[in-house]
Design a protein around this ligand. Structure first.
Ligand SMILES: [Zn+2]
Length: 446
């Protein structure tokens, strides 16, 4: 669905002060910050973006501002793409197709540092990276809600600037580079170029740049681009842990979750109750008494370890704010989402995808095959003229005839109904939204 899910809802240190903890707007994100040394070295766009990055697989993330385009020191090489290479540039392929884009979360991968001869490598890297990302719960339980697209960006040279060492400069389609803002693991990219490639995909709810490298690195950009998604994640293609950056970033964009790590120098939070579902000024007892935030989960054992409660420190403040669990992925890379975090992610998936989808139009002949897609945790039932066909419960492919639609010269209707019954959802208001149905008219046969 073409709505921004990569919403870039980081509430970084500086913006937390400037914007009062609200989501970054394009205006804020694009403002040159005199405090950021990199701003003076910005490329032609002269803008900066807030990015979140990670210094290692088990490390807490950090924030900084980086140029929107490549700094001048990384000039493009002098070899232009050949005619054949140019022809291959921008090709879009469907990597995983689970249904109509309107019914699914559409993830778009754009490759950088892959030559024309390496595009097959890129496609293989997309598959393995998506396999890693979607192995994390609740992605794993909801794989069928996602489509994955690849967009070929043909680079003159193989590899990425800054790999293996700081001085290495590669001529690549998206100008991605390590050592961004002086940080080795911060993998930046020309966001304008990324946007122009990502826009070639049928829909883009979530954009991930895969840079052709085995070096650990990545970044989460908080930007609002106006082309249908609101942020970009970068990841190195061949480091086994780089997928965790993208997983964490979707905690913000998809789950609307706050960071749960702190900056020691921030002291005590004294502002209003935070908007995000995983940060609160309240104690566990207060959450329960007032039925607020994650109260339904308190006391339950969380997949990231320990029990859900109210742990001191979160959303960049060591004191004055609490988080649901000791150490979820919103605090440290490589961890699981907490129970409340998983529920928030599932809510986010469903803001963009349907419990029930089907490619079959509004009419279906009696002998025609009807196929629907539902997540693993959804119940599925079929009805003929309003009466349930209990024998067909859970069947994802049927025909009106197999459901018992007779050849009696009359029109009939077939309906499929699905409801997600996942135990990872506790909020009754959310549960109510997780139902869907489709109806097909079956023309008369005799
Ligand atoms: Zn974060």
């Amino acid at each position: 669905m073409r709505r921004g899910i990569w919403r870039g809802r980081h509430t970084p240190l500086r913006s937390a002060v400037v914007a009062g903890g609200l989501a970054l707007t394009a205006a804020v994100a694009a403002t040159l910050s005199p405090a950021a040394p990199s701003a003076t070295a910005a490329g032609s766009a002269g803008r900066t973006h807030e990015v979140e990055y990670f210094t290692g697989p088990g490390a807490h993330p950090r924030h900084t501002e980086v140029p929107a385009a490549t700094p001048a020191r990384l000039t493009r090489g002098d070899r232009a793409l050949s005619r054949a290479e140019t022809a291959a540039d921008g090709d879009v392929a469907s990597v995983i197709d689970n249904g109509a884009p309107a019914d699914k979360v559409d993830v778009v991968f754009v490759g950088d540092g892959y030559t024309a001869a390496q595009q097959d490598d890129f496609h293989a890297d997309v598959r393995s990276k998506w396999a890693q990302i979607s192995a994390v719960e609740p992605y794993a339980a909801y794989r069928s809600l996602f489509n994955v697209w690849s967009v070929d960006a043909v680079s003159n040279q193989s590899g990425v600037s800054g790999d293996p060492s700081k001085g290495v400069v590669k001529d690549t389609a998206l100008d991605s580079y390590f050592w961004c803002d002086g940080t080795e693991r911060l993998l930046c990219v020309d966001t304008g170029k990324v946007e122009s490639y990502a826009a070639k995909a049928p829909e883009a709810d979530l954009v991930i740049v895969l840079s052709n490298s085995a070096k650990y690195g990545g970044a989460g950009y908080a930007i609002s681009s106006g082309v249908g998604y609101d942020g970009i994640a970068t990841a190195s293609s061949d480091h086994p842990d780089s997928d965790q950056v993208a997983v964490h970033e979707t905690g913000h964009s998809v789950g609307d979750l706050a960071d749960e790590y702190v900056y020691a120098t921030n002291g005590t939070y004294t502002g209003a109750e935070p908007r995000e579902s995983n940060a609160t000024k309240l104690s566990a007892a207060q959450l329960t008494a007032e039925k607020r935030k994650w109260y339904r989960w308190i006391g339950q054992t969380s997949p990231d370890g320990g029990k859900v409660g109210a742990y001191e420190g979160g959303r960049y403040y060591p004191k004055g704010l609490n988080r649901p669990t000791e150490n979820s992925i919103m605090r440290t890379l490589g961890r699981e989402y907490s129970l409340p975090g998983r529920e928030a992610m599932i809510a986010g998936f469903y803001r963009h995808a349907s419990v029930l989808s089907s490619r079959t139009g509004a009419a279906a002949a009696r002998a025609a095959s009807l196929t629907v897609s539902v997540p693993k945790s959804a119940s599925l039932s079929w009805y003929v003229d309003g009466t349930e066909v209990t024998a067909a419960r859970g069947e994802k492919t049927v025909t009106p005839a197999s459901l018992g639609v007779p050849s009696d010269g009359r029109p009939h209707t077939v309906m499929a109904k699905a409801a997600d019954t996942s135990r990872a959802v506790k909020d009754p208001a959310l549960r109510k939204l997780l139902t869907d149905s489709r109806t097909w008219k079956v023309p008369p046969t005799s």
